[in-house]
Every structure is written in C-alpha cells, then in structure tokens.
Design a protein around this ligand. Structure first.
Ligand code: COA
Length: 294
C-alpha cells in the first residue's frame, strides 16, 4: 500500500518537526539549520509547508517567510521563499508543485506584494511569475582616511556577549542600502556568518557598527554587510579594519558608503529571482548582501 503523507504547515512550534526539516536539509544540501537554535532560533515569521511520512520523517518542504525589502527608497512587503527540497524517492510526483502552490497562495492571502528567492533552478519558479534579475558587486580603490580611526574588534558568535552585540546591531540597523537591501534579517545574517568560517565580524565600537567582511590577500578586502544605526563611510570602515587595505569589493549597493565602486557582474551559485517588483524600480545595479542569503 502506498505510504500516506501528512501535509503540515507552520510546524516550527513542534521541535521534532523542526528537527525533521533540519534532517531533510542536511541530507539534500549538507547544511545544518539546527544551529539556529543556538543563535536565537528560526525566523518567527517562517511559514513552512512540509510533507511528513507516518514515522515523522520530513520528505518534502518549501517555506515562506516575511522579508521586507528596501527597493529604490521604498519599503516593499516581500515574502522570501527557502528550504525547498524533496527526498529523492519522492520526486516526480508533484509534491513540490503542491507545496509551492500552497506557499504562494498563503503569501497572496497574507497580502505580500512581492516575492524573492535564490535558486540554481530558475525554471522551477518561472511558471509562477518569478524572473531572474542580474546582480552586481562594486570594486575600487579605498578612499584615504585619517589614520587615527580606532581599530575594530573581532567578534565571536560563540561568545554570548558578542552574539548579543551582533543581535542588537541587527535589531536596530539602518537598511544597508536605499537601492536594494533587507530591512532586517537577523536570523539569516547570524546563520550565514556561522556557516562561513572565513567571514569575520568586526565591531566599530564608536559607531556601534558590525562589519561582515573577508580579507583578500594583503591589500584588498571584501565588505559583505554592515549592521549599524548609521552606516559609516567606506573609508572609515576600512581604516578601522586595517590601514594597509588599498582596494575594496563591496557586496551590496554603495549608496550609503560615501563611495562609488565599479559595478561588476556577480556570479553566485544561485540566481536571484523576484516577482511583483517593477523592473523600473530595479534600474540601478545591485546585489543582495550575502549575509541576507536564504
Ligand atoms: C527540485 C525538486 C524540489 C523537485 O521536486 P519534485 O517533487 O520532484 O517536483 P514536482 O514533481 O512537484 O515537479 C514540479 C514541477 O517542477 C518541474 N521540475 C522538477 N525538477 C525540476 C528541475 N530540476 N528544474 C526545473 N524544473 C523542474 C517539474 O517538471 C514540474 O513541472 P510541472 O508543474 O510543469 O509539471 C527536487 O528535485 C529536489 O529536492 N532537488 C534537490 C534540491 C533542490 O534543487 N531544491 C530546489 C532548490 S531552489
């Protein structure tokens, strides 16, 4: 007899079901989202849709969550979509189609005006109105700044006091760009910083700013995100990270950095897809900060 699958939605209140989703994502993508539990928990706006077998194994999932964006100076109520996977034995039976439909219907009922996702399979989502948008990073020489800028201090998310500092900075942050950025996305920022051991989080104490960055060789650096009430100028940020850096690559639009880098196409593993956003509102080059990846 074929196995009966139970459809469950919004099931994160059940720790066993959350763990079953973590197991699915570990098996399919090799990532362990259960680390979120030590970083403040999953996004409370998450609305997962999943199929579970009689022994409680999650065999398919697709989740929606609230991901307000700033796009061209306007706050857009967007839904993000993530954690889409079906176990190999269950593929090709329409499970994913059913979950996508439920998630998109839910977002429409909730009044979200736009949708956003990252995928390596854009063809899956085109039938539902999503289109791929190109992303750009920004490169150039670092402006010279007074060398008396205080040195930033490295933060360690495994230290409770440091985790608290980052959480507070993320709660109070100014969107990193008016052109395109998340309004807030605490949970993914923390998980992304946790997943990539090369990402450094540094605190500019005087500015109450947390910088997510990576050194590149001796004289260059990548600025991945800035969580601060007021985004400091790029020259100031870089001087606080090390006086020897001459060139920067910035992975979000630079309108708040007092600096213009050269826009260069960004090729990640996944493409960014959106729906419900006017092409005209996406006229300037942009990318979604890697710390907001989901
Ligand atoms: C991609 C995946 C979720 C599809 O699950 P599935 O249950 O087999 O999909 P369904 O049977 O519900 O098919 C839904 C639709 O997607 C299409 N589809 C399936 N796999 C696809 C792929 N790799 N690329 C593009 N379209 C695909 C199907 O043809 C079907 O189209 P239709 O509605 O026009 O008939 C599954 O193969 C998987 O988990 N892959 C690995 C993880 C992954 O890639 N997740 C998505 C990342 S964003």
């Amino acid at each position: 007899m074929p196995e009966t699958l139970a459809l469950r939605e919004g099931y994160f209140g059940d720790p066993a079901a959350f763990q079953a989703l973590a197991d699915l994502l570990q098996d399919i993508f090799g990532i362990d989202i259960s680390h979120q539990m030590a970083l403040g928990g999953p996004d409370p706006t998450s609305m997962p849709f999943g199929y579970f077998n009689p022994s409680g194994r999650c065999v398919a999932n697709f989740s929606a969550f609230s991901m307000p964006l700033v796009v061209n100076g306007r706050v857009v109520r967007a839904a993000g979509y993530q954690s889409g996977a079906v176990r190999p034995d269950y593929r090709g039976q329409g499970l994913y189609r059913a979950l996508m439909q439920r998630a998109f219907d839910w977002a429409e009922r909730e009044g979200f005006e736009a949708g956003i996702l990252l995928t390596d399979k854009p063809g899956l989502y085109e039938p539902y109105g999503f289109r791929t948008v190109p992303q750009f990073k920004f490169q150039g020489a670092v402006p010279h700044t007074d060398s008396s800028v205080p040195r930033a201090r490295d933060l360690d998310l495994k230290q409770e006091a440091d985790l608290h500092i980052v959480q507070m900075a993320l709660e109070a942050r100014q969107p990193v760009s008016e052109i395109f950025s998340v309004v807030r996305q605490k949970e993914m920022f923390l998980l992304n910083a946790h997943f990539d051991p090369d990402i450094r989080l540094s605190l500019l104490e005087e500015d109450d700013a947390v910088i997510a960055w990576k050194p590149q060789g001796d004289t260059s650096l990548e600025i991945l995100d800035v969580a601060a009430r007021h985004i400091p100028p790029l020259g100031h940020i870089v001087a606080s990270l090390g006086a020897h850096f001459e060139r920067a690559e910035v992975f979000f639009p630079t309108d708040r950095l007092g600096w213009d880098g050269m826009a260069t196409p960004y090729q990640g593993d996944c493409v960014l897809m959106v729906k419900g956003l006017e092409p005209a509102s996406l006229g300037k080059p942009f990318m979604l900060s890697p710390l907001a990846d989901f």
